[in-house]
Design a protein around this ligand. Sequence first.
Ligand SMILES: [Zn+2]
Length: 251
Amino acid sequence: MIAPDYHTPTHPTYCSPHRPRITPHSRPEPSHASSVYMSPPPTSSSFLTRSLAPARLLIAHPIAAAISISCFLATGLIMYFAQGRVAYCACRRLNLWSGNVWSSHCSQHVLDPYSFTHFSHGLILYFFFSLLAPYISRPSHPARFAATLVVAAAWEILENSPFIINRYRTATMSLDYLGDSVTNALGDILCAALGYLAAHRLGLRNTTILFILIELLLLILIRDNLTTNIIMLIHPIDALKTWQSAGHAPA
Ligand SMILES: [Zn+2]
């Protein structure tokens, strides 16, 4: 089988100066042959293009970018100055990741297993705002991205309020929880933003599969996930708390 030549100047599909203009009404029925010729081969730049998509999104939409960046920075300032959160873990080690959710390093470095629950926030918020779209003048993708950042930032401030911290300490497995460091909270917001962008790329079916996988993996590894987190915050179940606490590795 001979591979089609996409670059030959005489190829009628791409280069004929007399190629008829294709409108929605005149678009020909797709056939195997035409779909082969109309689809350019994957190039090495396509990965780079996809990787830069978030940056392009913000550069092309300055208002959404301004809202997103303002929320991000304002959260750090509010947490540090108004809520008295520490900037970083007391250990001062420059570890990006802290894997032990029962250690004092959890929620103090940039990323930890709970970062995945914030990634899942982004997955959910993407479809939440997509569902709302028909009712609020169909906000654009950048507007929904900015809205996701607003919600993620607001949640970080709420999550580090005395009410929620005490709720975590009394009702959930997080008995020693003292709130997030500013660095960890900003990492959580970035995870939510990544979750939103992932959902935009993956679509509903693959996002649902990814969400379920994350929930199962967290349940197996740390006996906690977004679902149990919400359950224990709203309506604590003693049996669940006992099971979660039993996973606590002895110090
Ligand atoms: Zn630490």
